[in-house]
Design a protein around this ligand. Structure first.
Ligand SMILES: Cc1cc2nc3c(=O)[nH]c(=O)nc-3n(C[C@H](O)[C@H](O)[C@H](O)COP(=O)(O)OP(=O)(O)OC[C@H]3O[C@@H](n4cnc5c(N)ncnc54)[C@H](O)[C@@H]3O)c2cc1C
Length: 388
């Protein structure tokens, strides 16, 4: 058992852990350890994300997080030397009923008030023009924002990990954290099977496993894994490469083009006995085929490449928003958890804000008070139109 010390220990080497490590190093924090139990990067949700990026949200805080991330995304190649493959092809939300169109309108007002003025309301003709293969007549309207689009999660992760390493961050793989040693209300050391690392500060970046990690310090964290599946077609030229992410706001069915294939998603997933199960359940493809018939019939004849389909885990919080900062009962366990399926696109912002919290005592680029992790106990959960 090796016995060492670090100024900060980050648990989890996915996109959150990587972004936080990089920003802390950039701010001059000394000995930073990242402990990742996987054998290589992207072992968790980051490696299974589809890579959507949007600022079209229904709550101001999520819009602000996206805008903060967008500024870094646009500079990412210059800073990290890796192309994050940001492609602003837009997100198109479509509504089948006047009621769901109203939800999109309300969200658009929130976005505009928060400074994201790209969002426009669209009618059936615009939908036909923007996403030509979509059955536009099924919809009464929608919204579209042109700076939304796609990123490549793995490229972002590799860029951040590379920069963090060059700044002296020590990344350990196959390093599962199994114990958090506490004295009073503070964590004093992090243990894996082979290491004991004494530290004054621990950051939980364990994605869908965040509650398990918090439990090691006796903290009950309301972050739960939810399985999400992705269907992928065989190569085809049916949809143009610049097709926007197209989301049927009523059913949640959505699609994006990746290379010469199309990714098809739907939030419904058959429940599994093990909440951390990520085996792909092909019975769910019936839901996808129904969505294809209904929304994008042009794809009906394009086979699904079943062996290439996959499943992963969202890290859901009760109000579908990030938990940021410490709980009063464990002041030196900082949380960056519960992004609820938006963690890749928000990680650059969360990393910056976490570094501000650590180095300056508070996050000042954005008021993060609404995301305090004790908000549920205070009956202060975030409310707002839910876009997906
Ligand atoms: C199908 C799918 C599609 C998605 N699409 C998008 C999208 O389009 N856009 C978007 O922004 N987000 C998307 N997401 C969500 C996104 O993947 C997550 O929000 C994001 O990856 C969370 O990052 P993370 O670093 O917190 O978690 P992870 O990437 O899961 O990283 C956590 C890491 O912690 C490690 N770990 C866990 N326990 C321990 C332990 N005890 N000791 C050491 N290490 C530990 C895990 O091995 C893991 O590598 C999608 C997710 C899925 C499943």
């Amino acid at each position: 058992m090796s016995d060492t010390t670090a100024d900060v220990v980050i648990i989890g080497g996915g996109i959150m852990g990587a972004a936080i490590a990089w920003h802390l190093a950039e701010r001059g924090v000394g000995r930073i350890r990242v402990l990742e139990r996987g054998a290589q990067p992207a072992a968790g949700s980051t490696g299974r994300a589809t890579g959507g990026f949007r600022a079209q949200y229904g709550t101001a805080i999520n819009v602000h997080l996206s805008l903060l991330a967008l500024a870094q995304l646009e500079a990412f190649h210059d800073v990290h030397g890796v192309d994050p493959e940001y492609r602003p092809v837009g997100y198109l939300f479509t509504a089948r009923t006047p009621e769901s169109l109203e939800v999109l309108r309300t969200a658009r007002q929130v976005q505009h008030a928060a400074g994201y003025t790209d969002g426009i309301e669209v009618g059936a003709d615009d939908i036909r023009r923007l996403s030509p293969a979509v059955r536009a007549e099924a919809f009464v309207g929608g919204t579209y924002a042109e700076r939304d689009g796609y990123i490549t999660p793995r490229a972002l992760l590799d860029g951040l990990l590379g920069s963090a390493r060059r700044r002296g961050v020590q990344l350990s793989f196959e390093a599962p954290v199994s114990e958090l040693e506490c004295a009073g209300d503070r964590i004093v050391a992090v243990r894996t099977g082979t290491d004991r690392i004494g530290t004054p500060l621990v950051i939980n970046a364990a994605g869908p496993w965040a509650a398990q990690v918090a439990a090691l310090a006796g903290v009950a964290l309301p972050v739960a894994p939810v399985k999400r599946q992705v269907a992928i077609t065989v190569p085809s030229a049916v949809l143009p490469a610049d097709t926007p992410m197209t989301i049927d706001a009523d059913s949640g069915f959505h699609l994006r083009v990746r290379g010469d294939r199309v990714l098809l998603l739907h939030p419904d997933t058959p429940p599994a006995a093990d909440p951390f199960d990520t085996t792909f359940d092909s019975a769910w493809l019936a839901t996808i085929r129904e969505g294809v018939r209904d929304v994008v019939p042009a794809l009906t004849g394009v086979p699904i490449d079943v062996p290439s389909c996959w499943a992963g885990l969202y890290e859901m919080s009760p109000d579908r928003h990030l938990l940021f900062g410490a709980l009063p009962e464990r002041p030196n366990l900082l949380l960056a958890n519960g992004s609820s399926g938006h963690g890749v696109m928000h990680a650059l912002a969360v990393g910056q804000l976490m570094a501000e919290l650590v180095c300056d005592g508070r996050a000042h680029s954005l008021d993060m008070s609404s995301l305090a992790p004790d908000r549920f106990a205070r009956d202060a959960a975030i409310e707002g139109p839910d876009l997906l």
